[in-house]
Design a protein around this ligand. Structure first.
Ligand SMILES: NC(=O)c1ccc[n+]([C@@H]2O[C@H](COP(=O)([O-])OP(=O)(O)OC[C@H]3O[C@@H](n4cnc5c(N)ncnc54)[C@H](OP(=O)(O)O)[C@@H]3O)[C@@H](O)[C@H]2O)c1
Length: 251
């Protein structure tokens, strides 16, 4: 193929301009930038431990109203978490927080998750963000996935009229709290049955500064939870890593 001269490029540019393509591209860019802005959500974060304490302040920083659902909302560490979260952050009992929210983050240990989830009242129509992992360790600290299907599918089964989205289970809470500490881009795999719910969770993932990879419906949570097992065992064996999926170049 002949190489392009600067005249060729200039002529191409002029042709594009005369057809209004540049204007079209500009309009497209502006509408994309507009749609990328995140609408304010009310997000209940159930559990004020490592994950709740990392994701809550991040979501608050994005301009969302974060309500921590704690069994002891007046506890000193819970009130400190509220104070460290910007905007209209508050703490109340889990059932009250969930009732007030569009999105419910279930940031509880797997062993407590069924009881915690079932204490939240009617979750119909709400999005449940599920970062949980069911992990068993052997004497050497090697991890095994500890449920037959996945925690994501089980949560969807316990709340059939809610829209469960698996996300944030494949990284440590310290990295959720400080994404820059990863030293580069990171991929967050997500899964769920409802496309619009996944899009809303995806905007939280990208808002914090991670890249999102849609793995499909909630049955994909099984594979995503295995990813945590792989990552955890690599760390135990001396090769800690974070997930980043380099896209295959498109020709
Ligand atoms: N730690 C990580 O780096 C990490 C990373 C990715 C995913 N995960 C997964 O995320 C989940 C949370 O892990 P974590 O490390 O944040 O656990 P954690 O530090 O133990 O925090 C769990 C929180 O759950 C709340 N809780 C406990 N029982 C409850 C109940 N019956 N009802 C309502 N809330 C209850 C407690 O908050 P209150 O005392 O305020 O009620 C507690 O602080 C786990 O499933 C874990 O596998 C963890």
């Amino acid at each position: 193929m002949d190489s392009l001269t600067s005249d060729d490029l200039m002529n191409t540019f002029k042709r594009m301009f005369s057809r209004g393509l540049i204007l079209g591209l500009l309009v497209l860019f502006c509408s994309f930038a507009g749609s990328a802005q995140v609408a304010a959500e009310t997000i209940a974060v159930i559990g004020t431990g490592n994950v709740g304490g990392a994701l809550g302040p991040q979501f608050a920083k994005l301009g969302h109203d974060v309500i921590y659902g704690s069994r002891e909302p007046e506890r000193e560490d819970v009130q400190a978490l509220v104070s460290s979260s910007s905007g209209n952050a508050a703490a109340m009992l889990p059932v009250e927080a969930a009732a007030a929210a569009d999105i419910v983050v279930i940031a509880t240990k797997w062993a407590d998750t069924e009881v915690a989830l079932k204490s939240l009242g009617d979750l119909s129509g709400k999005i449940i963000l599920d970062p949980t992992n069911a992990v068993r360790r052997d004497a050497a600290g090697i991890r095994y996935h500890d449920v037959e299907t996945s925690t994501g599918e089980m949560i969807q089964g316990w709340a059939p009229d809610a829209m469960v989205v698996k996300a944030f289970n494949t990284l440590g809470s310290a990295t959720m709290a400080d994404p820059a500490s990863a030293g580069g881009p990171m991929s967050i795999p997500i899964a769920g049955n409802d496309a619009s719910a996944k899009a809303r969770i995806a905007s939280l993932v990208t808002g914090i500064g991670f890249e999102v990879v849609d793995m499909g419906d909630i049955t994909a949570a099984h594979a995503i939870e295995q990813m945590l097992i792989v990552r955890g065992n690599a760390a135990v064996l001396g090769s800690p890593f974070n997930y980043y999926f380099r896209p295959v170049p498109q020709n």
